[in-house]
Each structure stands twice: as C-alpha cells, then as structure tokens.
Design a protein. Structure first.
Length: 802
C-alpha cells in the first residue's frame, strides 16, 4: 500500500510540472501508418522550443504560453517538411508524413512491415522489432520471454526460467546465435530460481530473426528452432539505465566522428530474492546474478553493403556472467486435493544449497568484400564455463487431512496425520567445459536471381564432469528408497561442419526457392551426417498481399554432453544423432483492418522423429535416458495475428494446437505423450495508450498453456499417465513518461526521457504448477505434491534514456 501511494503521488505530480506552460503531444507516422522515429518537431513562434519523436513516433512539446492556435513544423529524413496548425492543445495530434521520393526508409517491424520481401519467404520465420523486448512485461526483462510470446509454436511455463520449447521439442533442441556465434547454456541448473540472466542483452540488439522449423542449411544441426540475433553497429551516442526491485541495467553506445570505430556496452544485475520470497518454500534466498557484455566494431572501409556492414570490418564480442544462487530453506506448506478431501503437505528443512556458475565468452568476426559479388566472413569464438553444485538438505514432512467445512473452527487446519517422513539430499557436483570454434562463410551474388552461400566450421570441445550425489527417502516409517551416483568423465572431441545452399527466384518474382545440404562429423561417435533441406515460396500477383510457403528437410542433432549422460551418471559415447523430418506449409498475409496494417501468419507442420533419446523433465532439468531408444512424431497448427488493434500501438495474438507422442522401446503401451505434449498454446500481447496523452502507456501479456504429462518416478509403466493443471498467467505494466527531450535540455547534456513503470506480475495470483514430488502415506498410497511458481508481485522500475 505504501509503495502504491508513492507511485500515485509521482504520477500525480507530473500534472503540476508544466502547469505554467502548454503541452502539445501526438504521434507522427508515414502514409502507411508506421511510426517515424527521430522526427523533429518545432514551434514556429520560437524554434528554440523543439523535440523529437521516440521509437513509437510519439512526442511531447512544451511551449511557454497559451494561444488560440499553435503552428508547428515537422521534419524527418526522407519525408517532406510539413507545417500544421494545432487548434486544441488538449487533443493528441496524429499526422502522416509524405515521402519526399529521394530517400528510401525501411522499417523492420514484425507484424507490420518486413524489411524486404525475401524475409517473408522462410517457413516458420518471424522477424522482430529490436525495441519489442524493451516494452515487454516480464519478471527480469528476459529477452527469451518475448520469443515465447511472439514466436510461432513457442511455449514457456516458468516465469523464473529463460527456457522455452518449440513445437514439441525441449530447450536443448534450440539453436541460439549472436553474430553467428553459437550460445550455450548451463548444464547443472535444476530449477528456474537457480538460473541467472539469459545471454542476450536487449539493449545491445539490432536485429532479431526466429525460425520455428524448416530453416535453411546455413543454420546448424538441431531439431526445433533457430534464434539469430545481431548486435549493434552504433552510429551515434546513446545510453540508458534502469533500476527496479528485481534488477538494474546499464548500457552505452557510441561511434567515432569518422564512423570507423563504434562500440556498445551493457551490464545487468538480477535481484531475484524479492520474487523468490513469494514461492511456497520459505527461507533465506541469497542469489547474485551479474552479466557484462559488449561489442567493438572497426571499419577499415567506409563503403557498406546492403545490410549496412562495411566492405571491410572487424568486430569483437565479449561476455562474462557470474551467477551464485544460495538458499537456506526453512519451511514449506502446500495445500492440494479436492474440495471434499483437501490435504496439507508441511515440510521443515535444515541445511543449505548453492548453485554457482561462471561463463566467459569472446568472439572475433572479420568481414571482407572481395568484389561486388563476393563477400567472405570469418568467425571464431571461445567459451569457458565452470559450474558447481552443492547441496546438503534434510527435509522432514507431514501429510494430513484438512478440515473442509468452513463452519468449523478447525476449518483449513490439519485433522489427521496420514503420513510422516523425511528426505535427505547431498551433492557435490562440478562441470567444466571449454569450447572453441572457427568458421569461414562465403556469400556469392551470382546475378539478380541467384545467390550462393557456403561455409566450413570446426569446433573443439573439452568436458570434465565430476558427479557425486546421493539421496535417502524415509516415508511412513520405512525406507522408501535411496539413490547414489558417483562418476567422473573427461571428454575431448571435434566437430566438422560444412554447408552449401542456393537461393533462386524467377524474373517475375512469383517463385522463390532455396535448397542445399549440411554435412556434419563428430569424432566422439565417428558419425557422419548429411541433411538435405529445401524451401519454396509463391507470391501470386493478387490484389491481396499473400505469400504461400512450403519447407521440408532432414534435421539431425548430434548429441552434446547432456544427452550422453543417463540418470545413473553413465556416459554413452556411442550415442547417435537424433533425426527429424520437417514438413511445414503456411501463409503470410499482409492485410488492413480498420484502415490499419495487420499481418496474419498461419502454418501447419508435421515432424517425424527416430533415434530419439527419451527424457524426463524435473522442473527445468532434462534427465536423459542416454539411449536412442524411441521414435516420435509432432503435428500441429499455429496462427498469429499482429497489428494496431489500438491505433498507434502494435499488439499481437498467437494460438497453437499441438500433439506429440513417442514410442519407447520396452514400453508395451505404444505411443504415449512426450513431456512437452501440451495441446493448446495461446498468448496475447496488448499495448494501449491514453488517446490525448501518449506519455501514459499500458502493456498487457497473457499466456495459456495446457497441462503437461507426468507420472511417479518409480513406475515406468505409469510414465506420462497424468496431466497437470493448465498454466495461466497475466502480467500488466503501466508506464509514464515524466520527462522528454527538447533542444534546450539537450544543450545541457541531460537525459532524453525518464519512464516510471509499475508492473503487476501474475495479476490473477494463479499458483501455476511446474513439477511434482511423490510421497506415500501410512497406507502405501502415493500422492503427487505440486511444486508451484511465484505469486502476485508488484515491481517498480525507473528507466532513463540519454
């Protein structure tokens, strides 16, 4: 209540800041209703009073005196200068500029306008506005949460984790690239609260591409998806800083006067303790998560290609992440069961756990255009990661029947104790990984209809793993079970990859095709792989702007260390690559509703998998079987509609239906649900603003995901026999612009804008289930105890942009 009062007073005070002046506000767009950023707004009576539009085209101009009407000039690069008269200062302005015909402006905003028709031709492809993550409501400003909302067939059911699943796959089946440098995630994390920050820093992002299947041979060998991110090549000084209850960020970017040297730097701090205190398990949370990243670019030549990259340049990317999760649990109470037979599970803990991992990554990229037709790109990077897991926790629990009658004084209290027991867990695990890679890519523009691309990549991996853990379960006065795992592994291996692809389109630009193949060899299992792929797109010359897309191909995933190790700690070095045939067909349709631009994407897909390595999911940890002992299939359909549901503010709605099942050798039940089989996946991102006051904005995200399958650990015959409740979550954010740049302020080298944001996370207070613990009562009956996620939380954040 106290925090809410302070926030209310801050918002209220803004009404008095400009009481002695008049505020003109509005939004500037082009003729197709796309916002124009950086447009100059001047008051003609005194040009010292001026401002510029933000990334959404909004502006606020304060003039010193009230008049009957105000004449302002609007100027923007590539558009004709315009003078308009504002008769009512209380009304928000919306004006559409007309192109001057000299400069071509390309706006890369997914859901509205895609940069170049070719980017619409890839099945499963989504191209995002890099500013979208900055406006997205999530607990820690996690970049990956945007992907789970906007991507086709992407699902995520844990707000504490950066993991996401794509069309029936798991997170290990997703490729992530930053400037063609592959990104790796920690191995040992078991729960979302142990995770630090996801690798990608939203403040440094320049371009985002995401593929949910059917991608080209240029991308690597995984089964489910590709996230391709390009970091910035700054041309001017910009900076930002934010601080809130759940973390802080800092970023700066600049370029030299001759534009040859540029840099971008970002630092982040995740303060998860406040949110973790809302979890059912109480105790002392002491997480420390830090991240530092940057990119330095140098242009040897000032001439640039069509993507804005110098004909000869070099880039250095560096990253360091320190993550230290410490927790001393004390108590837990979980109520479950039915209305007529409620139960209470109470736990008292003693001990502590710690999860620590440090990751450093550095990459060097060299770009060289040898001729107008040929460009060479060299990428090399090194990754070093050290992970340690310590756990020494004793838990004593009690299971009891609860009084369901609200008329009794003992309502909701324990009536009869039906089970007592204890659980002891001890672990001392350490994993070190060193990965080095170097690759050469060549791009050849054959003619106006053909492009050829090929690449050769070499990767060396060194893994050292020490696993020592045991547990003891004492339930209902007898030993229920115990586990003991002790193993050591040291693996050194090399990977060789080669790909080639050809893109061709007809002269009339009606037909587009890209075909090629990818070769892969891994020295550890001596397996050679070849993966052919082809995609086709047809853009008919209809009045309606439609593109029909079809893609198919073989996608094979050579195992990484996580898949090699089974649940007993045994490493299978002869494990073969998993295989998946993709068939994807879809429609990309640009349309207009309410005279505003919208985009509708719909896709149907089928994936047939063999040599599958089965796994179980425990919270976020994947527990592989370590054998190619299953076959599976995935089928589904996805829909996505995006556009200006509210004028001047882009929103989107995604809906997907999915079924995935697998047949495991030795399981007589035949095909059963896979751990990621969740039938319905729906998400909404809705953005709005006050019509006459664009400085006050609202952001709403809604997620719905059908329940996941689960079963008791000690009953393989009941694996995936039960279903969890659905995942439901609503987050809402209110953002207020309390200061905005004008030239008088800029001369004093002050900030461009200050935003104050209030976010209500998990607005409905739904206790979503992420996993289950199994216990027995005195009669030998097993009960599934739900492990739930965070409850409702209010986050306050201040963001300053320079």
């Amino acid at each position: 209540m106290r925090t809410g009062s302070i926030l209310f007073l801050i918002f209220l005070s803004q009404g008095f800041l400009f009481a002695q002046s008049v505020r003109l506000s509005g939004v500037i767009k082009d003729k197709e209703h796309f916002p124009i950023a950086g447009a100059l707004i001047e008051w003609m009576d005194n040009t010292a009073y001026q401002t510029t539009t933000d990334s959404l085209g909004f502006f606020i101009l304060n003039v010193p005196s009230a008049q009957n009407e105000y004449r302002i000039t609007i100027k923007a690069l590539g558009f004709s200068s315009t003078v308009i008269t504002v008769a009512d200062a209380n009304k928000s302005i919306e004006y559409n500029l007309v192109s001057d015909g000299r400069t071509s402006i390309s706006v890369d905003v997914e859901g509205n306008k895609v940069k170049g028709e070719r980017e619409r031709l890839n099945a499963g492809g989504i191209y995002l506005d890099p500013k979208t993550p900055q406006n997205f409501v999530s607990a820690f400003g996690d970049f990956n949460k945007v992907i789970s909302s906007i991507g086709m067939g992407v699902s995520a059911n844990n707000e504490l984790s950066s993991t996401y699943n794509v069309r029936g796959g798991n997170y290990d089946e997703n490729l992530v690239y930053v400037n063609n440098m592959q990104i790796y995630r920690p191995f040992l994390a078991k729960t979302g609260q142990q995770e630090g920050l996801s690798f990608i820093n939203p403040d440094l992002v320049e371009k985002i591409s995401f593929y949910a299947g059917g991608w080209q041979p240029r991308y690597g060998d995984k089964l489910s998806s590709v996230l391709d991110v390009k970091y910035k090549r700054p041309t001017q000084f910009k900076a930002s800083a934010s601080v809130g209850l759940l973390g802080a960020t800092l970023h700066a970017e600049n370029a030299s006067k001759n534009k040859r040297l540029s840099y971008a730097f970002g630092a982040r701090h995740k303060r998860a303790g406040y949110l973790l205190s809302s979890l059912p398990t109480k105790g002392e949370y002491k997480p420390r998560f830090y991240d530092v990243q940057g990119i330095v670019n140098y242009n040897f030549k000032t001439t640039k290609d069509e993507e804005g990259i110098s004909d000869h340049s070099i880039s250095l990317i560096y990253s360091w992440a320190y993550n230290d999760y410490r927790f001393e649990p004390s108590t837990r109470e979980t109520k479950f069961g039915t209305l007529s037979q409620p139960k209470t599970f109470s736990v008292a803990y003693e001990g502590k756990e710690r999860m620590e991992y440090n990751t450093g990554q550095v990459g060097l990229m060299h770009y060289l255009r040898l001729s107008p037709k040929l460009r060479i790109e060299t990428v090399g990077y090194l990754v070093k990661s050290v992970e340690r897991e310590y756990r020494d926790v004793m838990a004593a629990y009690r299971l009891c029947d609860t009084d369901p009658d609200p008329n009794n004084q003992s309502f909701n209290q324990c009536l009869f104790v039906t089970g007592l027991g204890s659980d002891y867990n001890y672990s001392r695990n350490k994993l070190e990984s060193s990965i080095g890679s170097v690759g050469e890519r060549a791009y050849y523009h054959w003619n106006d209809q053909s492009d050829i691309e090929m690449g050769l990549i070499f990767t060396s991996e060194n893994i050292q793993d020490k696993l020592y853990e045991y547990s003891l379960q004492d339930s209902a006065d007898y030993i229920l079970g115990s586990t003991f795992v002790s193993s050591q592994a040291k693996l050194t291996s090399h990977r060789f990859e080669y790909y080639a692809q050809h893109s061709y389109h007809t002269k009339d630009s009606l037909h587009y095709v890209t075909y090629g193949a990818r070769l892969n060899y891994w020295s550890l299992n001596n397996q050679f792989l070849m993966s052919p792929r082809i995609s086709y797109a047809f853009k008919p010359k209809w009045k309606r702007d439609m593109v029909f897309r079809l893609a198919t191909g073989l996608y094979q995933q050579p195992p990484f260390y996580r898949e090699l190790r089974n649940q007993q700690g045994v490493v299978n070095t002869s494990l073969q690559a998993q295989r998946s045939w993709h068939v994807i067909g879809g429609l990309d349709y640009n349309l207009k509703l309410w005279n505003r631009p919208f985009k509708l994407i719909t896709e149907a897909y089928f994936k047939l998998l063999d040599k599958v390595v089965p796994y179980d999911i425990e919270n976020i940890r994947l527990r592989y079987y370590g054998q190619n002992s299953a076959q599976a299939y995935v089928t589904g359909v996805d829909f996505r509609l995006s556009g200006e549901f509210v004028k001047g503010a882009e929103s989107w709605f995604s809906l997907g239906f999915l079924q995935t099942k697998e047949k495991v050798n030795g399981d007589d039940r035949g095909y059963i649900r896979r751990p990621t089989d969740q039938l319905i996946n729906a998400s909404i991102f809705f953005r709005d603003h006050i019509p006459n006051n664009p400085s006050l904005q609202v952001y709403l995200t809604l997620s719905y995901l059908s329940g996941f399958p689960f079963g008791p650990k000690d009953r393989p015959d009941l694996r995936a026999s039960f279903a969890s409740p659905s995942y439901r979550r609503v987050d809402i954010g209110f953002a207020k612009l309390v200061s905005y740049s004008d030239k008088r302020i800029e001369k004093k080298k002050l900030f461009e804008s200050i935003w104050i944001t209030a976010e209500v996370l998990n607005l409905l207070g739904v206790a979503n289930t992420i996993s289950y613990d199994w216990i027995k009562d005195g009669n030998g009956f097993q009960y599934a105890i739900p492990n739930t996620l965070s409850s409702r939380f209010l986050n306050i954040k201040i963001t300053v942009r320079y």
